[in-house]
Design a protein around this ligand. Structure first.
Ligand SMILES: Cc1cc2nc3c(=O)[nH]c(=O)nc-3n(C[C@H](O)[C@H](O)[C@H](O)COP(=O)(O)O)c2cc1C
Length: 410
C-alpha cells in the first residue's frame, strides 16, 4: 500500500495533531480511528489491508506509535463458547496484529462471562467490544441487538460480566450501540452511563436508531450530547464518515475522542491512510490510479484465500467488494460483470490486466456513500417489550433464543 499515489495539497498542512492518542484501557491508539466491525467484511484479510494502509499513512505523516484500532467482525458468545469452527475462524488474528480486537454479540451474562474468559485466557484477545447495535428483525424480534439496552438490568449485567472477566487479564471492554429503538425510545444516554459505571473503557455510538437501520443520516448531535454526559472514558462517534474531512467535521461538531468508520472504507482501505494523515494535521490524501486499485483488489483476494483456506471461497467473497473498489472509475459494465463472477485468482489477474492502469482517481464520482442504505422501518420486538424497562419471564425466555438467530451485525 505504500506504493499508492499520494495526491496532495500540502499547502494547508499544519503538522499539528487534531486529537491526542486514543486510550482504551492499557492500549494507546496513535490515530484515534477505529475500523467498525462489519459482519462478512472485517475479517483478518480486510483488517490487514486496512492496517497496512493506516500504517503507511501514519509513517507518511511523520507520526509514530500504534496504528488505528481494527475490530473483528462480530462473533456470538454462544458459538464461541461452543467453539464452532466458524467462530474460531472469525476470531483469528495475524501474528503482528496488536491489539487483537474481537466484537462479541451477547444476550445473557453467563455466556458472556464464559466467552470473555475464553477470549482472554485462551485466545489472546487484547480488546473486547460488545455489540448492542444490531437492527436485524430476526434479532430485535427476540430482544437482542439494538433492542436489548431497553432492558436496563439485562444490559447492565451483560456489560458487568464482560468487564469483570476482561479485568482479570487487563483486557478492556467497550460497548458499541445505536441511539435507541426509535426516536421515541432512545437508550444511548442511560445505557452509556450504566456501561461506564460498570467499567467499560470506551463507548461508541452509531448515531442512528434501530428503526433507521442504515437509512437517512446519522444524527451527530447525539454524539455531542453523549460526549457532554460521559467524561470518564473516550466517546467514539460513528455514522456517515465517508472521507477524512467528514471525520474531522465529526470531531469538530461533537467533541468526540475518536471516530469509528464502517462503510466508508468498503473498497477503499486507503481511507485509513487519509484518516491517519488528517488526524496528524496533514492534508496528504491517497488518490490511487485504477492500476493501484486493481493491485489492492488483487491483494485483498490473495489475503482472503489465506483466510478462507480456499481460492473459490475467497473469489466468491471478493465479488461483493468489486463494485466498491471500482466506484467512479470508467470501467465498463462488461468487465464489472465478469469481475463479479470471478472464480480463480488467475481469472482475476486476467481481468485486472484489461483495466487501464493509468486511469487517474476519478474524484467526486468515487467519493461519498457506499454500501448499505435502505429505508427506515418499524422495529420488530417481543410482545410488550416497550411496556417496561425491566425484563419479564416470557421475555427472558425469548431473549435466550436471540443469540441463535443472529446472522448479521449492524
Ligand atoms: C455489512 C455491514 C456489516 C455490519 N456488521 C456489524 C457488526 O458485526 N457489528 C456491529 O457492531 N456493527 C456492524 N455494522 C454496523 C457498522 O459497524 C457501523 O456501525 C455502521 O455501518 C455505521 O457506520 P458507517 O456509517 O461508518 O458505515 C455493520 C455494517 C455493515 C454495512
Amino acid at each position: 500500500m505504500t506504493t499508492l499515489t499520494e495526491a496532495t495539497d500540502t499547502a494547508a498542512t499544519t503538522g499539528e495533531r487534531v486529537l491526542p492518542p486514543l486510550r482504551i484501557g492499557r492500549h494507546v491508539i496513535e490515530s484515534p480511528v477505529v475500523l467498525a466491525p462489519m459482519a462478512g467484511v472485517t475479517n483478518r484479510a480486510f483488517r490487514r489491508i486496512c492496517r497496512e494502509a493506516g500504517d503507511a499513512g501514519l509513517a507518511a505523516s511523520g507520526a509514530t506509535g500504534a496504528h488505528s484500532l481494527y475490530v473483528n467482525e462480530m462473533v456470538t458468545s454462544r458459538a464461541l463458547v461452543e467453539r464452532t469452527p466458524e467462530s474460531m475462524r472469525l476470531i483469528e488474528h495475524d501474528e503482528d496484529e496488536v491489539p487483537r480486537s474481537v466484537q462479541l454479540y451477547s444476550v445473557d451474562p453467563a455466556t458472556t462471562a464464559k466467552a470473555v474468559r475464553m477470549l482472554v485466557t485462551e485466545e489472546g484477545a487484547d480488546h473486547i467490544d460488545l455489540n448492542f447495535g444490531c437492527p436485524v428483525p430476526k434479532v430485535t424480534r427476540k430482544g437482542g441487538g439494538a433492542a436489548l439496552p431497553w432492558k436496563r438490568d439485562l444490559f447492565r449485567s451483560i456489560v458487568a460480566a464482560a468487564v469483570s472477566e476482561g479485568a482479570k487479564g487487563d483486557v478492556p471492554v467497550t460497548v458499541k450501540m445505536r441511539a435507541g429503538i426509535d426516536d421515541e425510545h432512545l437508550t444511548y444516554l442511560d445505557a452509556a452511563r450504566a456501561a461506564v459505571d460498570e467499567g467499560v473503557a470506551a463507548v461508541a455510538l452509531h448515531a442512528r436508531t434501530a428503526s433507521q437501520a442504515y437509512s437517512g443520516t446519522a444524527d451527530w448531535s447525539r454524539i455531542r450530547l453523549l460526549k457532554q454526559e460521559i467524561t470518564e472514558v473516550p466517546v467514539l462517534g460513528n455514522g456517515d464518515i465517508w472521507s477524512a474531512e467528514d471525520a474531522l467535521a465529526m470531531v469538530e461538531q461533537t467533541g468526540c475522542d475518536g471516530v469509528v468508520v464502517g462503510r466508508g472504507c468498503l473498497g477503499r482501505p486507503w481511507l485509513f491512510a487519509d484518516l491517519a494523515a488528517a488526524f496528524a494535521g496533514t492534508t496528504v490524501r491517497v488518490r490511487p490510479t485504477l492500476g493501484e486499485v486493481g493491485a489492492t483488489l488483487r491483494r485483498h483476494a490473495e489475503l482472503l484465500t489465506d483466510f478462507h483456506g480456499d481460492e473459490l471461497k475467497a473469489c466468491r467473497d471478493i465479488r461483493k467488494h468489486i463494485a466498491w473498489y471500482l466506484k467512479g472509475f470508467p470501467a465498463g459494465s462488461r468487465i464489472r460483470n465478469q469481475l463479479a463472477l470471478v472464480d480463480s485468482l488467475t481469472a482475476l489477474d486476467e481481468l485486472i490486466a484489461t483495466l487501464d492502469p493509468d486511469t487517474p482517481w476519478p474524484g467526486e464520482a468515487a467519493e461519498g456513500q457506499r454500501g448499505r442504505a435502505g429505508s427506515s422501518r418499524v422495529v420488530h420486538l417481543p410482545e410488550n417489550w416497550l411496556a417496561s424497562r425491566e425484563l419479564d419471564e416470557d421475555q427472558q425466555a425469548q431473549v435466550a433464543q436471540a443469540e441463535q438467530s443472529v446472522v448479521d451485525g449492524g
